[in-house]
Design a protein. Sequence first.
Length: 468
Amino acid sequence: MSIPSFNEIIEQNDQTEARAASLDAIAALVGNAYPNKFARTAVSGGEDTITALKHFDKIADIESRMVEIKASLGEGERPPADKKDALNEELKALGTVRIAGRLTTPTRGNFVHLTDGVNKLQVYCNKKGPACFDQERWRNTLDEENGWALWQFLDHGDLIGVEGYLFVTNTGEVCVHVEKLQFLAKAMLPMPDKMHGIADPELQRRFRYADLIASTLQIEHEGLTTREVFERRAKLISGMRRFLDDAGFIEVETPMLTPKATGAAAKPFETHHNALDIALYARVAPELYLKRLVVGGFEKVYELNRNFRNEGLSQRHNPEFTMLEFYIAYMDVNGMMDFAETMIQDAVAKANNGSLVVQYGENEIDFGKFERITMLDAIAKYAPGVEVDDLNIIAAFDEHVEHHLIQPTFIVDYPKSISPLSKASPEDPNFAERFELFINGMEVANGFSELNDPKEQYERFVDQMSRA
């Protein structure tokens, strides 16, 4: 196998060649262009990320006061020097700040913005020049002469660290006056369009790192940025985990590679264990292992796990996905629905700033109320006149009902013949105590009163196989 040269890895064009040249020039100035660390200050009370400084109450208060001053001025009128100077004295009294971030624009003038991926902060460098760090052989000595030259070599997307004092501009924006400049890393590729970001959905997913940068730099966007989606997802997962822990559950980890593909009717990914010389399968569900833990005495157990199903690929199905599976001893399907509803509402509220209303695409989804409706009643509601039996009921439901279920809806009373893991309903043994939860036209949860009669379980499986 031939090894490509470094220049073959990065596409060669006018922009990448210019960036490579600027990197060479920077290295000639500072020596090591990729230092090992950059220590930030703690003026904000914790580490001074750009977001921490922007949200620091003393800085936010000064910005808001400057906004009030500007609101009282006429068009084209500058803030009174005495008021502006007073605010700047307050900012300077906070002390020196050291921040790091990505350049959101080229350094064509004295002012640029840095971003930490969440917020932006303006920095100012004048031609008298800041000192820059000479990082040759990691000496980190100060070069008093070449700071402005280093500033001129910076490109859009480069990562830099700056040290200086805070001041407020005539436009009312808090800014760092750069006294010391440290180069941290070069962006070898040009940044995405800051007006529109990355519009191609396939490119967004194949180059997620670029999409994260683009959505941060993007001036105009609708809805959440890509980073905000990541953060909301993380809050949802941590919220559900905390809810389960507080409810007395124990979190476990079960095998990812199993000798049998069990727990769901799905085609598995297969691999081979060389040492044991056996076939193993990436798990399709953790169900059997979790049930064994219940048998062993854990009354409340859960796993947040990755599952793998070697099937189709679409907006509704990813061959690799995260799933929460939990079990509660002595609880029936109604208790499970109540618990799941409360857990979801709690997690959504914590991830969505206390609100239970979420905008998802064109749909506004209200998690404040979960509807419960039987499968037969749902078909009668959305497809009146369609006749169903145990053989066609799922197909009829998928075709006529599922896409209507935008708001959170529990579908209950499934035919027992298609629910071999569920106990029969005490009211009508032809139906199973099973639910599926639908939101935004998609199934998001499946639950049962778990069948624990081994003989009946065997007979149900035999009956299901005979129908296949």
